[in-house]
Design a protein around this ligand. Structure first.
Ligand SMILES: [Zn+2]
Length: 232
């Protein structure tokens, strides 16, 4: 995958200590870098799903989940946000607007995980397999167990560059995001009551850009992205 780096900088107050604490918490719960799809799911990996193919529709509605892998040779241009994380440059401006609005509320938002390469996602998977191997599982069993914790490379929304994991000074950032992110084109991607459809347990920090129109409709309807794309 080619990725043309387009560097931009943002002026936000750094909150390194809080982020480190968040990382420590996340790591102790087995979720690397606070990213999506790193938690166990009860959904079988081979469950069929009716979600539309990832290569249909506009770029911002590309569906990537365990049933819909990233399009082949997916290409994107990246922009850097404060802290060094990268995102698809097309969502940079709305993301900054959302973070600035949250900042104005005193919530101290910061992006802790953005774009991931296939290689990074593969590394997460390899590390998890190695952990289970060390516990004495066979390679086959270790691989099966790892898939319950880490998204199979090629099926993580973070590889699209359209998903971000956001932390804040306190937990208050999350209810604010749930009520306001749609105004900037982002959705709360993995609600608890949709985990059988998204394939991912609730992740309050994981936000996905889908454009203003879809975000508003998803917010108002209570549908998840899969349901929204499948509607008549
Ligand atoms: Zn995530």
């Amino acid at each position: 995958m080619k990725a043309n780096m387009k560097r931009k900088k943002v002026q936000f107050k750094a909150r390194i200590l809080f982020v480190l604490l968040c990382f420590a918490l996340i790591l102790t719960t087995g979720c690397k870098t606070g990213g999506a799809e790193d938690r166990p799911s009860e959904v079988p990996a081979n469950t069929s799903h009716s979600g539309k193919q990832a290569d249909s529709g506009p770029w911002y509605l590309t569906l990537v989940n365990r049933w819909n892998p990233l399009p082949e040779n997916y290409d994107l241009e990246l922009a850097e946000v404060e802290g060094g994380e990268l995102v698809d440059q097309r969502i940079y401006d709305p993301l900054m607007e959302m973070l600035e609005a949250a900042e104005a509320e005193g919530l101290g938002p910061i992006v802790v995980s953005g774009y991931r390469t296939r290689a990074v996602q593969q590394r997460f998977m390899d590390e998890k397999i190695a952990e289970f191997r060390q516990e004495g599982y066979s390679r086959k069993d270790a691989e099966e167990l790892a898939k319950q914790w880490v998204a199979i490379p090629g099926t993580s929304e973070h590889e699209l560059g359209l998903a971000v994991d956001i932390n804040g000074d306190t937990y208050d950032i999350y209810p604010w995001l749930q009520e306001n992110s749609y105004k900037y084109g982002f959705i709360f991607r993995c609600p608890a009551d949709k985990k059988d459809i998204t394939g991912i347990a609730e992740e309050v920090w994981h936000y996905r850009y889908v454009g203003l129109k879809a975000a508003k409709e998803i917010y108002e309807s209570g549908l998840c992205l899969e349901e929204y794309l499948d509607r008549d």
